[in-house]
Design a protein around this ligand. Structure first.
Ligand code: DAH
Length: 390
């Protein structure tokens, strides 16, 4: 018996009946006894077929009204409504009990049941309104417009990607489209078709990554020229950005893996003047309108004549500084008029078409554009470094 009290403190006041169960009004157990003050027990009482009397209904109503008033939020209030008015709540039980009430008592119990329903419903509605307006008011005042927003880190383009995208955009403005080629190339596309003879030093094992298949990791983006010309008739106007590989020892200025953007323009009367003006246009849009471009004679097996071109140093504006090694110029890459031999190899008639080609080092441009002094920083993937360009 003591155990029972301990287990259920709600029945502490109950008289204890036989077999350790508290004695109820009609011997049904503690549930019915507790109905006077505790609604859950009143429900159990009704389950047992014992209708609630007027006092019990009044007590339950008072309890329901005070619980509705005390509900601290909409969810709690809804629990109160379900408990008393819901389909399995107390009210349907009271109504069910009506049939078991004596004929003299029934009108009174019916009236009390109706009052129970209306008053509890109104109390719930009133409390809901209070909570609603209070909630709205407090949420309005709780919103502090001066608190800074939550910062979410967003990704950004890598400087190499930015230069590639910008280069493609600039040349798109000149009518160029973007072409692509594989990183693993044939020796034919990378060398032979580009008029690079078998004894050329760039074909040496020390200079190129050869695969067992006899293919290689392309050393330049120039083989895309061959692929495009073999697959298309002139006129051609393409740029081809991509990765290149050479067996270079990594240093502040060299990397075994780097990027180039190739350009090729073939048509009936393409001249060196077109090459110079297009490269200069590109330089101005990429580096700023003050940049100067210088073309120097050079040699490449696949262009004749060939040039190397430099941009004036944008750091010192051509005066000479550490970045440009005091020369005032920064070498970008090579270019020239497509060699007639290359045209013959791809099946073009060099008597009918001429063309210019160029290659530009993407890292070189990124380094001078963004003031990066060590090429390795472009590959370290250090977010502290990269986020500066976001
Ligand atoms: N492919 C050359 C290199 O990697 C650069 C180059 C020079 C590309 C002249 C060209 C060109 O298209 O015409 O050094």
């Amino acid at each position: 018996m003591t155990v029972l009290r301990k287990e259920n403190p709600n029945i502490a006041d109950a008289a204890i009946g036989p077999k350790g169960r508290p004695a109820g009004r009609n011997g049904h157990g503690y549930a019915c006894f507790a109905a006077l003050s505790r609604v859950p027990y009143a429900r159990s009482c009704l389950k047992n077929g014992d209708p609630m009397n007027a006092d019990e209904i009044a007590a339950a109503k008072n309890e329901a009204l005070s619980e509705a008033k005390a509900a601290g939020n909409a969810a709690d209030l809804e629990q109160v409504r379900i408990k008393y008015l819901g389909r399995n709540g107390l009210l349907p039980k009271i109504m069910q009990g009506l049939k078991d009430v004596g004929p003299e008592e029934r009108p009174l119990i019916g009236k009390l049941a109706n009052e129970f329903k209306q008053e509890v419903q109104s109390a719930v509605d009133a409390r809901r309104q209070e909570l609603g307006s209070a909630g709205a008011a407090s949420s309005a005042s709780a919103f502090d417009f001066t608190i800074p927003g939550r910062w979410r880190p967003t990704g950004s383009l890598h400087p190499i990607s930015m230069v590639i995208e910008e280069s493609c955009r600039i040349f798109a403005g000149l009518g160029f489209t973007v072409a692509d080629g594989p990183d693993i190339e044939t020796a034919y596309n990378n060398f032979d078709a580009l008029n690079t003879p078998p004894d050329h030093p760039s074909r040496d094992n020390q200079d190129t990554f050869w695969l067992e298949s006899g293919e290689l990791l392309r050393t330049q983006t120039s083989p895309v020229q061959i692929r495009v010309m073999e697959a298309n008739k002139p006129p051609i106007r393409i740029v081809a950005p991509g990765r290149c590989y050479r067996r270079d020892t990594t240093s502040a200025t060299h990397s075994a893996n780097f990027h180039q953007i190739e350009g090729l323009y073939v048509d009936k009367q393409v001249s060196m003047a077109d090459l110079k003006s297009d490269i200069t246009y590109f330089a101005r849009l990429m580096m700023g309108s003050e940049v100067k471009v210088r073309f120097r004679p050079h040699f490449f097996p696949f262009t004749e004549p060939s040039v190397e071109y430099d941009f004036s140093c944008h750091i010192c504006k051509g005066k000479g500084c550490r970045i440009c090694k005091q020369s005032g110029w920064i070498e970008i890459s090579g270019a020239g008029m497509v060699d007639p031999r290359v045209f013959k190899i791809v099946g073009y008639d060099p008597e009918k078409v001429t063309g210019y080609a160029f290659g530009a080092g993407i890292e070189r441009i990124a380094m001078i554009k963004y003031g990066v002094s060590d090429i390795r920083q472009l590959y370290d993937n250090d977010v502290r470094f990269l986020s500066q360009f976001a």
